[in-house]
Design a protein around this ligand. Structure first.
Ligand SMILES: [Zn+2]
Length: 196
């Protein structure tokens, strides 16, 4: 077998197995903390304040970060395999469903007197993650796991709706997500039969 032939074979093997190896994780703020050698989402928020101070010379203060969040809650959602919540200012931040607090670096939670806000996370959030993770993605791009999740592209296209992305909105039930996953089974079968 020539070198070129072997490379082509390896390449096609990789192309078939690659989607199966898609990152099986929905990323949250604590993953970002750990990526920086920190432990908690709260430490990550402080590190972001530090980044802003160094890069933009702006002092962002998070008040009462060591206390329970207060004020109007925001709703968690999953966007492209990542737990986030949106602020009325148009900003969004990563959140951790296990320590749900929200601080927006777009406005510094000014309307909440710079204090973290509560986040509404459904009790069945792990189930929601599991259903979304059944959706295969192409995660070739990116230098780290976190970048790969952020840049991942859905491998299944749904007629008229674009890619079957790892997205969840609070209005969607797990049953609805499963319903949306119907093309996944068909895709798995086509992998086994080589598309025939
Ligand atoms: Zn904001």
């Amino acid at each position: 077998m020539g070198h070129g032939q072997r490379v082509r074979l390896l390449y096609s093997f990789w192309m078939v197995t690659m989607p199966v190896q898609s990152l099986q994780r929905v990323v949250n703020a604590t993953h970002y903390a750990k990526d920086r050698g920190l432990k908690t989402a709260r430490e990550f928020a402080l590190a972001l304040c530090d980044d802003i101070r160094k890069s933009r010379r702006i002092v962002v203060v998070i008040k009462d970060l060591d206390k329970d969040p207060v004020g109007p809650p925001v709703s968690a959602r999953i966007w492209q395999g990542q737990w986030i919540a949106d602020c009325e200012c148009g900003g969004a931040s990563f959140i951790d469903p296990e320590d749900p607090f929200f601080f927006c670096f777009g406005c510094g939670n000014r309307s909440n007197k710079n204090r973290p806000r509560p986040v509404i996370v459904p009790d069945n959030w792990r189930e929601i993650e599991a259903v979304l993770l059944e959706r295969p993605v192409d995660d070739m791009a990116g230098l780290t796991d976190l970048e790969r999740v952020a840049l991942a592209k859905p491998l299944i296209m749904v007629d008229g709706k674009g890619g079957l992305a790892r997205n969840w909105n609070p209005s969607e039930t797990v049953a609805e997500l499963r319903e949306q996953n119907q093309p996944v089974e068909k895709w798995r079968k086509s992998l086994k039969t080589g598309g025939r």
